[in-house]
Design a protein around this ligand. Structure first.
Ligand SMILES: [Zn+2]
Length: 241
């Protein structure tokens, strides 16, 4: 699938860390490529970072951003020329943490909504500490512990995560398909659907791990009330054993 003139390679392969692409446009602060494995800022996820190697050297990608024309890669250093083919490399350690965080967020959200009826009203997925907001009136330490323990035991079972493309009409029949309200424009004919086997089924545009055994354990860092019906949980991940 494309955004503007950029083919979004990460939608089909979250594990792609290197790619070649043509420079379609050069802006003051970066380039638009014909294809990219960089996941841009959006859908509650922070941007990937990395490098682009080109005819004038290697420039750091400090952020990827959706713009009308495609995906803008903000560069530090020299800019390549229009129409040359460049090589992009992701900062994989960071991206892989983001993927693990992202899949764990889906699982936690599914467990919370199943057991409490709450919805996710906001989230920010980062490599270090992520946060998620639930439409809950009360959230105490004991309830969080129970929900997180439940999620962690499901993750530890090593559930496969599958990505498929489903016609909109069919996707809309799946209950809760848009509960995370990720960025999938409603006018799209075919939706990308991410399934964590037996846990969650969700329309989604971000990178995920292939199996929950890769994630490790969710560890709650902090939680706070952001309003009468809005409770925020900060969490990190331990490394899988
Ligand atoms: Zn998501």
């Amino acid at each position: 699938m494309r955004h503007g003139r950029t083919e979004l390679l990460y939608l089909d392969d979250s594990y792609l860390r290197e790619f070649e692409a043509e420079v379609i446009d050069v802006r003051e602060n970066g380039v638009i490529l014909g294809a990219t494995a960089f996941h841009p800022t959006g859908g509650g996820l922070v941007s990937d970072t990395g490098f682009i190697a080109h005819s004038r050297g290697v420039s750091r990608v400090s952020e990827a951003r959706f713009v009308d024309e495609g995906v803008l890669h903000v560069l530090e250093g020299d800019l390549p020329e229009v129409r040359e083919v460049v090589r992009g490399t992701l900062d994989w350690e960071r991206r892989y943490r983001i993927m693990r965080m992202h899949t764990s967020l889906h699982a936690l959200s599914a467990v919370v909504s199943r057991e409490t009826g709450a919805l996710v009203t906001g989230n920010q997925v980062r490599p270090d500490v992520s946060r998620v907001d639930f439409s809950l009136e009360t959230l105490d330490r004991e309830l969080i512990r129970r929900l997180v323990d439940r999620t962690n035991s499901l993750l530890a079972e090593g559930r496969p995560v599958r990505i498929s493309w489903i016609p909109r009409e069919e996707a809309l029949k799946i209950p809760g398909i848009t509960k995370l309200a990720d960025r999938l424009p409603p006018e799209l004919e075919v939706w990308r659907v991410v399934e964590i086997e037996g846990i969650d089924l969700q329309a989604d545009g971000g990178p995920h791990v292939r199996n929950t055994a890769e994630i490790g354990r969710i560890e709650v860092v902090d939680f706070e009330s952001k309003g009468r019906r809005n409770k925020r949980v900060y969490f990190t991940l331990s490394e899988p054993e």
